[in-house]
Design a protein around this ligand. Structure first.
Ligand code: S6P
Ligand code: ZN
Length: 189
């Protein structure tokens, strides 16, 4: 397919991209990933939006790129800060680039050898995610955390491996008013 170059407008305040496909992820889409996800979701009777993804996607062809923004709401499920589902790319040899646009967040990274890294993102930070590293974002601020992403269009998303492992090896919680990165008790090494 022949495609033409184009521009789109990104509003850095709201993170919205004109004409982009919007995906909304609520607690019910990922309750299993939080330690207290099921209890909180059942007892509160509400199903909050955790984050929204505005994506300009293209055919999954080698050489093409997808890009967009993720707009994370502030909040916690139990003690855990709002986070994304997290994924490996199905084509493991594909990387990704994030740029912080607003707010403050942590990028959790883990590879197949279970090595773990945590990077802090705020406005203007660029984070390079090398091939082979699963990635999950966490909003540790009091307002929205917004970032831009760009990755190969044929990368694909493997959420299954993260679910099977019980998430990442670390979780990000608030403990006595402090942000702490702790071992995830549900992680299956
Ligand atoms: C895609 C890229 C982001 C995430 C988004 C939400 O490769 O990493 O667009 O999709 O930040 O995360 P998740 O884990 O729900 O796809
Ligand atoms: Zn990705």
């Amino acid at each position: 397919m022949i495609k033409n170059p184009y521009t789109v407008n990104l509003d850095p305040e709201s993170g919205k991209i004109e004409g982009a496909k919007l995906t909304i992820r609520r607690l019910s889409d990922m309750a299993d990933l939080y330690l207290e996800g099921k209890e909180v979701s059942l007892s509160s009777g509400v199903d909050p939006i955790i984050y929204e993804i505005y994506e300009c996607s293209h055919p999954s062809l080698e050489g093409d790129m997808n890009f967009g923004t993720t707009v994370m709401r502030p909040g916690k499920v139990g003690k855990e800060f709002y986070m994304t589902k997290g994924h490996f790319h199905s084509k493991l040899h594909t990387g990704e680039l994030y740029q912080g646009l607003k707010g403050i967040g942590l990028l959790l990274l883990q590879n197949q050898d279970k090595e773990f890294k945590c990077l802090k993102l705020s406005e203007g930070t660029l984070a390079y995610i090398p091939p082979g590293w699963a990635h999950r974002s966490v909003n540790i601020g009091e307002g929205p955390f917004i970032y831009f992403f760009i990755y190969p269009a044929d990368a694909g998303h493997d959420y299954e491996s993260i679910m099977k492992m019980g998430g990442f090896c670390k979780i990000v919680v608030e403990d006595q008013g402090k942000i702490k990165i702790q071992d995830n008790p549900r992680f299956k090494a």
